[in-house]
Design a protein around this ligand. Structure first.
Ligand code: FAD
Length: 427
């Protein structure tokens, strides 16, 4: 069902201001606009979804979405010391004090009970958000994430046994997944019969979906603009201020006031909140993606994930996207070329046919990570200032749901359930 126009009545001072034109900011603008709020969004770049939302892994991880910091990370770290394909790189100096303080905070989430609690909350959020995406797809009459089902592959038996055991516990919190024996994998993904290697086992997530995040962001932008929302490109926000129950932002093109502001600026969010006395413990973690001009996998699915190397292989519309890597190097988003080669090597282990397909885009960008994997949402101690940031490796998955929760908070419908992170200053 398409939503009738116009929903927004954009007066000059009664708008909710949104900072950031990635998938999170645009989903926020959409949620507010469809509820009848006047909306103004500010994006510093020339186009929307130009940063982390540009060319990500594409998965809506309904059931597989888990916090990165988990009890299994310590044995994995030891194993990675001797693995050329380790998915993690730490640049101790470039990380800076903020990065080190984040790592110290992450230590607290290594315990099993702590992990399971974060996993439970995250699953509630991913489930809620993917349902919100389904509703948006109906409203926009557009299949934003048409692909269905993701098969996670494990390279060694130790990892697979561990994942298998963990799944027993995760099922109790509503995770839907099926363990897959090595010999069963080609029944899920027939293209695996051509693989150079054989998995030790797999886990099948039938409820996971996938699609192009950038395409979705642009659809949302088009809808908001055609329903009266004002989207400002090339407009970096320099400062956020609160004055007499209202909010004001400073841009290179002037001052704008509004009834509330939502900070959805990804890794740049802390720079905007710090002067307001709101410290955010967010760590920028660089990821890499390579997009191939064709795909051995059908875009309707399923997609693959190499769990051991933390790499996803996602068929999108006539292309294949390979994504992975976690590089802790502060706010430096320059790519290290050899990591693209590693992605290629991992992808061609499973899909050797990719070696003949040229790549069309190599992309590196920063995820804004919290220590427990849950985003920072809702009100802050400054009246009228709201957060929607810190979505880490799951921003495409979570954006539709977190937009609804933050819109509820702006409307005074109570605190955001199941959240917010200890990384945020208390509201
Ligand atoms: C390699 C990789 C693979 C990934 N795969 C997946 C996946 O499969 N599934 C999934 O769910 N997620 C995935 N993610 C995570 C997801 O891409 C991010 O969580 C998501 O894009 C974050 O969206 P965002 O809008 O918060 O940030 P961004 O997309 O970075 O948007 C923030 C925007 O704010 C703007 N901005 C910043 N400061 C200002 C300012 N002062 N004024 C105005 N504008 C400003 C920036 O220009 C930017 O456009 C992946 C990430 C990476 C790196």
């Amino acid at each position: 069902m398409a939503i009738p126009a116009p929903f927004c009545a954009s007066g000059p001072d009664d708008a909710v201001l949104v900072i950031g034109g990635g998938i999170v900011g645009l989903a926020q603008a959409y949620a507010l606009c469809r509820r009848g709020h006047a909306v103004r969004l500010f994006e510093s770049g020339p186009d929307f979804a130009g940063r982390a939302s540009h060319a990500n892994g594409g998965h809506l991880s309904t059931d597989s979405g888990a916090p990165w910091v988990s009890p299994s990370i310590l044995p994995e770290l030891v194993h990675w010391l001797f693995d050329r394909h380790r998915p993690l790189s730490v640049k101790p100096v470039a990380m800076g004090l903020a990065g080190w303080s984040w790592l110290l905070a992450a230590r607290r989430h290594l315990g099993f009970d702590c992990y399971l609690e974060s996993r439970r909350r995250l699953h509630a959020l991913t489930d809620f958000s993917v349902t919100a995406w389904q509703r948006i797809e109906t409203e926009l009459e557009a299949p934003l994430a048409p692909g269905r089902g993701v098969l996670y592959l494990y390279r060694n038996l130790r990892e697979w046994n561990q994942a298998h055991r963990l799944l027993e516990r995760e099922r109790m919190i509503g995770v839907q997944a099926v363990p897959v024996l090595a010999e069963e994998a080609p029944a899920y993904v027939p293209e695996l019969t051509a693989s150079k290697i054989r998995p030790a086992g797999g886990i099948w997530y039938p409820g996971d979906r996938f699609g192009d995040c950038r395409e979705a962001a642009h659809r949302l932008a088009g809808w908001v603009e055609s329903h009266g929302g004002l989207l400002h490109r090339d407009t970096p926000v320099r400062a956020v201020e609160t004055i007499g129950g209202r909010v004001r932002i400073r841009t290179d093109h002037g001052l704008y006031t509004g009834v509330a502001v939502v900070i959805a600026a990804g890794v740049d969010s802390p720079a905007l909140t710090r002067p307001l006395g709101i410290p955010l413990r967010l760590c920028p973690v660089k990821g890499y993606t390579r997009t191939y001009a064709g795909s051995p996998l059908a875009s309707s699915g399923p997609a693959l994930a190499d769990h051991s190397r933390k790499v996803v292989l996602t068929p999108l519309d006539r292309v294949l996207r390979v994504a992975g890597m976690a590089e802790f190097a502060g706010l430096d988003d320059r790519p290290v070329p050899r990591y693209f080669t590693r992605l290629h090597e991992t992808a061609t282990d499973w899909l050797p046919g990719l070696a003949q397909i040229p790549s069309t885009l190599d992309w590196a960008c920063l995820r804004a990570m919290t220590a427990d994997g849950l985003p920072l949402l809702g009100a802050t101690r400054r009246p009228g200032v709201f957060l929607n940031t810190g979505h880490g490796p799951l921003g495409w998955t979570l954006a539709a749901g977190t937009a609804e929760l933050v819109a509820d908070a702006i409307e005074g419908k109570g605190p955001v359930p199941g959240r917010t992170s200890a990384s945020a200053a208390p509201a």
